[in-house]
Write a protein that binds this ligand. Structure first.
Ligand code: ZN
Length: 310
C-alpha cells in the first residue's frame, strides 16, 4: 500500500535517531524542543506518509568535509565538548554535551545525503534538521557550530563544475554565515527574508529583505512573491537549498512575526512550486523553530511534499 511513495519522483526525507541527542534543552536554549524532529518523523509514519524503511539515514560527515568550510584550528577546538558547550553558551555539566560536535556532524551528513539524492534523482529532499546558517569558518554563532549548507555547496560544486547554487533562506534570522562566506562568489546567490539582520552586505548575487516584527501572512507572502520569482528566474540556479525556518510562525517562542500555520504552509508551497516548476533539484533544511508548537509547521510542509507528485 505504500508502493507509490517509493517511486523516485516523490520527495524523500533524511533523518537519524542521533538527531535528538546533541541538543540539550537547558540554560539559555531552554526554548529548544529537542524532540521536534522525532515528533515530525513519528507523525509522518503514523499518518502513513512515510515508512521507517523509506527514510534516508545519514552517516556523520567526515573531518575533511568540515575542512571545506571550517579552519583546522576551529575544528580542533570544537572537538573539546567543554569548549563547544561554552561557545554555544550551554551549561557545562550535562553529559549530553559530549555529543555536540557529533550531532552537527550527523546533521551535516544529512544535508550532504539530501544534496546527493536531490542531484541524482532530481526530487525534493527534506532534511529533518540542518540549516545552521550563522556558523562561520572560525567561530560559532547563534547555536550554529557547523555550517552544513556551506559545506554541502563546497563539496558538490567540485562534482558539478560550473553549476550555480542558490540559498533561499526564510528563517526568521538572517543567514549571516552564508552571506559572508559566499560574498565574493559569483556562482552562489543568497536570497533571504528575515526580521533580524546580523550583517549588512552589498553584493550583486544577493537579495536581503528585512521585514518588520509582527508582519502578517499577507505582508510576508506579497514580498516573497514579488522578489523570489524574479531572483530565481534571473540567476537560473542548478541547485536550490531552502532553509524553511519555522521561527516565523506566530506560535514560535523566539521570533515575533505573526504568520499563521496556514501562512507558513503557503510560504513553503510557494518556494517549492517556484523551484520545482523549473525542475531544479531542491534540498530543504529545517532551520530554526522554538517552543513546543514549532514542529507542526515543518510537519505540514513535509506531509504536503510527500503527497505532492514533483
Ligand atoms: Zn532562526
Amino acid at each position: 500500500m505504500f508502493g507509490r511513495f517509493f517511486k523516485r519522483e516523490y520527495a524523500r526525507v533524511v533523518y537519524s535517531s542521533e538527531y535528538i541527542y546533541g541538543l540539550p534543552s537547558m540554560g539559555r536554549h531552554q526554548s529548544f524542543d529537542i524532540m521536534r524532529f522525532k515528533k515530525i518523523r513519528d507523525k509522518l509514519v503514523k499518518e502513513r506518509l512515510l515508512t521507517r524503511r523509506n527514510i534516508l539515514r545519514p552517516d556523520p560527515c567526515s573531518y575533511d568535509d568540515l575542512r571545506l568550510v571550517h579552519t583546522e584550528d576551529y575544528i580542533k577546538r570544537i572537538k573539546d565538548p567543554q569548549y563547544a558547550s561554552k561557545i554555544l553558551k550551554l551549561d557545562v555539566f550535562n553529559l549530553l554535551y559530549n555529543s555536540i560536535l557529533e550531532y552537527f556532524r550527523v546533521v551535516t551528513g544529512g544535508t550532504l545525503l539530501a544534496t546527493a539524492y536531490a542531484l541524482k534523482w532530481n526530487v525534493p529532499v527534506f532534511n529533518l534538521g540542518g540549516g545552521y546558517h550563522h556558523a562561520h569558518p572560525d567561530r560559532a554563532e547563534g547555536f550554529c557550530l557547523v555550517n552544513d549548507v556551506a559545506i554541502a555547496i563546497q563539496k558538490f560544486r567540485h562534482l558539478q563544475r560550473g553549476k550555480k547554487f542558490m540559498i533561499i533562506d526564510l528563517d526568521y534570522h538572517q543567514g549571516n554565515g552564508n552571506l559572508l562566506f559566499f560574498k565574493d562568489d559569483p556562482d552562489i546567490y543568497t536570497f533571504s527574508i528575515h526580521a533580524d539582520t546580523w550583517v549588512e552586505i552589498d553584493r550583486q548575487q544577493n537579495k536581503d529583505i528585512l521585514m518588520s516584527s509582527g508582519c502578517t501572512d499577507e505582508q510576508y507572502l506579497a514580498t516573497l512573491e514579488k522578489e523570489l520569482g524574479e531572483s530565481c528566474l534571473s540567476f537560473r540556479p542548478d541547485v536550490v537549498f531552502y532553509i524553511a525556518g519555522s521561527d516565523v510562525y506566530e506560535k514560535d517562542t523566539l521570533g515575533d512575526m505573526k504568520l499563521s500555520r496556514e501562512g507558513v504552509l503557503r510560504r513553503n508551497q510557494y518556494v517549492f512550486h517556484r523551484v520545482r516548476e523549473r525542475k531544479i533539484p531542491l534540498v530543504i533544511l529545517a532551520g530554526g523553530g522554538y517552543g513546543q508548537d514549532s514542529w507542526e509547521v515543518y510537519y505540514d510542509f513535509i506531509a504536503w511534499g510527500l503527497r505532492h507528485k514533483s
